[in-house]
Ligand binder design. Structure first.
Ligand SMILES: NC(=O)NCCC(=O)O
Length: 383
């Protein structure tokens, strides 16, 4: 049943009369961002290729000394096109083909920076705890087939590409990592950012495959703004967002893979709260659909063994520093969300709310430094 609901917003639109609908949306999401006029060729192509296309714009106030700094970001969510038992190479090429179609439409919509979902070149097979064939999806971040494919996309469309993959690091004992590769619009690999926090919840058995990332909280200066990537489970950690923001990120992408029962009520809150708390834009992306695995696995909870992870509910969205957010993409369909951001809004909201100024970072740093010591004594006063 839950998988059938297309989206919360569409449900509200269907059932609420107009004046109430506007008020409910304002209370839940803030004043709705402007709808973007997207090229009719893009709308047609999206419909021909069977994916949803939505476009929104967040404006900032006009300033005297700074020009508006408008950037279009594209968030892509998708199902895996082939069954998980198909040969590895075929699955990867089918995903490359699907993403190329969707990026083509993003280009028609003037997208400057595109980001794909977590581990986009593969099924989210980490629930199985099996090594083969899943580790065969791992590739070099520097010059693996997927990075080369993304470099072509970047050059062709003059677009920054954020490509979250399963990385095999040949320089360091062929180790595996959950990594986002950032490719500049020139086609150069700008660098990579690894997932800092590995989940140990439900069927997310990712620690069987890779360790916590060691690239810290890098921020990438692109032609279109300073960006960072907080991969999936990192969105539950406010300090993780904070550190990207302290390093100057204006837009933080959160490529994810997460399922309904586990996290759907947290999803609309976390990236949005991070945008508010850190005076930046956040872009949350989740995959879509159910992925079936041939061999059953258990969740260590005494329940029946099963073949499926649960339902990946899509619902990708962008949140702005003033607390507004776009409606989510569909829960059931592939989609491209195009959002125009005026990055000047980050400083404008910061000047209004002053969280960076009023944050007591020295005090937190001092107390955190004590809290991580072996001899830490919690500061509890009792009678
Ligand atoms: N991919 C991943 O880290 N998922 C963990 C579950 C969640 O964070 O919702």
């Amino acid at each position: 049943m839950a998988a059938q609901l297309e989206s919360v917003e569409r449900c509200l639109e269907k059932h609420l009369p107009d004046p109430e609908l506007r008020e409910v949306k304002r209370i839940l999401y803030g004043n709705e961002p402007r709808k973007l006029e997207l090229a009719s060729a893009a709308v047609k192509s999206a419909s021909q290729h069977g994916f949803e296309l939505q476009g929104y714009g967040f404006e900032a106030a006009t300033e005297q000394l700074r020009q508006p700094r408008k950037v279009r970001v594209g968030l892509i969510q998708n199902r895996i096109p082939l069954p998980t038992e198909t040969a590895v190479k075929e699955q990867v090429s089918a995903l490359h083909k699907r993403i190329a179609e969707m990026v083509e439409v993003a280009a028609m919509c003037g997208v400057n920076i595109v980001c794909f979902q977590e581990a986009w070149t593969m099924p989210f097979a980490f629930c199985t705890r099996e090594k083969l064939p899943w580790t065969e999806f791992a590739e070099s971040a520097k010059d693996g087939p997927t990075t080369r494919f993304c470099q072509e996309l970047a050059r062709k469309h003059n677009m920054v590409v954020v490509s979250p993959i399963l990385e095999r690091d040949e320089l360091h004992g062929e180790t595996l990592w959950n990594t986002a590769v950032i490719i500049s619009n020139s086609g150069t690999v700008l660098g990579k950012s690894r997932k800092n926090h590995i989940p140990r919840v439900g069927d997310f058995n990712e620690s069987t495959y890779y360790m916590e990332g060691n690239t810290g909280h890098r921020v990438f200066q692109t032609a279109f703004g300073r960006i960072a990537v907080n991969i999936c489970y990192g969105r539950h950690h406010p300090l993780n967002w904070l550190l990207y923001s302290l390093n100057g990120a204006e837009i933080i992408f959160n490529p994810s893979a997460t399922t309904g029962e586990l996290s759907e009520c947290m999803w609309p809150v976390e990236a949005r709260n991070a945008a508010i708390a850190n005076h930046c834009f956040t872009c949350a992306i989740n995959r879509v659909g159910t992925e079936y695995f041939k061999n059953e696995f258990t969740s260590g909870d005494g329940k029946e063994a099963h073949h499926e992870f649960g339902y990946f509910y899509g619902s990708s969205y962008v949140a702005a520093p003033d607390g507004r957010q776009t409606p989510g993409l569909s829960r059931i369909q592939d989609g491209l969300l195009v959002t125009e951001l005026d990055v000047n809004l980050c400083r404008q909201v910061s000047d209004k709310w002053n969280f960076k100024m009023t944050g007591r970072y020295e005090m937190y740093a001092e107390e955190l430094a004590k809290a991580v010591q072996q001899d830490f004594c919690p500061n509890i006063i009792s009678e």
